[in-house]
Design a protein around this ligand. Structure first.
Ligand code: NAD
Ligand code: UDP
Ligand code: UDP
Length: 337
């Protein structure tokens, strides 16, 4: 048989979790692929806190055991070292499928592996969901909009993506993952949910993953110059991780397939972000300009009208309030104090 069989046991459970969030109910059996990563580990915290049984499936490419180590010994928690590119047998009610490197530095490291993770990995998790009748949630990305010609981005926009560029393994991989998800929904009647996540930050981000928030925060703490790529006028919209986790759970529990944009509409140029980091950590931090990377999207900002109306969700944490919340975590990991 396939590796890792068994899981949290096969007794009953509330199928699909049709009970609204917050109501008392029997715990669900939930798989979180990529659960040892940044977003996944915060999601695992919330699911365990509400009484679910959680199985993390992770190959530790970018994830770390330390992110979930505080759950060791909890009988409702289980961790399986497994690569989603290989099939797996588990008995569960819900699957949050997050497994995939998310930062450009990581997903460009082995682009073919990134595509396999997005395509074969997603196919396997959909096959698993089909076999056991579980509800499946895909964490897609704002990258499906590419270098967008519409601003802000609405879910109905089909995007402007380069199919042969250095980011394509991720962008096109996620687009295919969305296609597979919808084909299982239509063809196999699978219950699915799709989230398009915009740039997210918070504690437990990889320190050296090359993303702009982790770079700037680590640089400011280390008294190194903040590296602004290009002219620094490109924009991103930054969401604090607790807002995202709330949105993912509302999406899973709700009645709508999506796709839904999950992001904070607060839009910042990279120079404005550098200023917030200076104000938060070190007003004397210098800025150093560097050449930009290929195919860098010029702007990005979610239209979240759909999530507001259908999920009753909107982010609560503004950048200036969220950034300080990750500084102590970075300080501890960088300096060990
Ligand atoms: P992350 O790198 O911290 O987490 C990804 C996790 O997946 C890691 O634990 C990694 O070890 C695991 N993984 C990767 N490939 C795997 C494989 N083949 N088999 C099993 N496990 C594998 O990244 P994150 O920021 O937590 O992102 C989580 C999800 O959210 C990803 O799917 C990402 O594409 C999506 N997303 C994140 C952001 C963001 O800003 N953080 C934005 C858009 C989309
Ligand atoms: N799969 C899996 N776990 C399961 C069921 C399926 O990993 O519990 C994998 C299976 O190996 C296959 C993929 O999911 O590669 C798609 O499965 P599906 O049954 O939809 O397609 P088929 O196996 O008929 O091609
Ligand atoms: N960026 C930057 N300095 C850095 C890292 C990134 O100015 O040290 C820029 C990058 O060119 C891009 C933006 O910040 O325009 C966001 O990059 P990130 O890799 O964080 O996310 P993504 O491009 O995937 O949205």
């Amino acid at each position: 048989g396939a590796p890792g069989g068994g899981g949290a046991g096969g007794t009953g459970g509330v199928r699909h979790g049709r009970v609204p969030l917050g109501l008392k109910r029997k715990g669900l059996r939930v798989v979180v692929t990529g659960g040892a990563g940044f977003v996944g580990s915060h999601l695992v915290d919330r699911l365990l806190a509400r009484g679910d049984s959680v199985i993390v499936v992770d190959n530790f490419f970018t994830g770390r055991k330390e992110n979930v180590a505080h759950h060791a010994g909890n009988p409702n928690f289980e961790m399986i070292r497994h690569d989603v590119v290989e099939p797996i047998l588990l008995e569960v009610d819900q699957i949050y499928h997050l497994a995939c490197p998310a930062s450009p530095v990581h997903y460009k490291f082995n682009p073919v592996k990134t595509i396999k993770t997005n395509v074969v990995g997603t196919l396997n998790m959909l096959g698993l969901a089909k076999r056991v009748g579980a509800r499946f949630l895909l964490t897609s990305t704002s990258e499906v909009y590419g270098d967008p010609l519409q601003h802000p981005q609405v879910e109905t926009y089909w995007g402007n993506v380069n199919p042969i560029g250095v980011r394509s393994c991720y962008d096109e991989g996620k687009r295919t993952a969305e296609t597979l998800t919808m084909d299982y929904h239509r063809g196999a009647n699978l219950e699915v949910r799709i989230a398009r996540i915009f740039n997210t930050y918070g504690p437990r981000m990889c320190i050296d993953d090359g993303r702009v928030v982790s770079n700037f925060v680590a640089q400011a703490l280390r008294k190194e110059p903040l590296t602004v790529y290009g002219d620094g006028k490109q924009t991103r919209s930054f969401q604090y991780v607790s807002d995202l986790v709330e949105g993912l759970m509302k999406l899973m529990e709700g009645d709508h397939v999506g796709p839904f944009n999950l992001g904070n509409p607060g839009e910042f140029t990279m120079l404005e972000l550098a200023k917030v980091v200076q104000d938060t950590i070190d007003p004397n931090a210098r800025i150093e300009f560097r050449a930009n990377t290929a195919d860098d999207p010029h702007k990005r900002k979610p239209d979240i009208t759909k999530a507001k109306e259908l999920l009753g969700w909107e982010p609560k944490v503004a950048l200036r309030n969220g950034l300080p919340l990750m500084v102590q975590d970075f300080r501890t990991r960088i300096f060990g104090d």
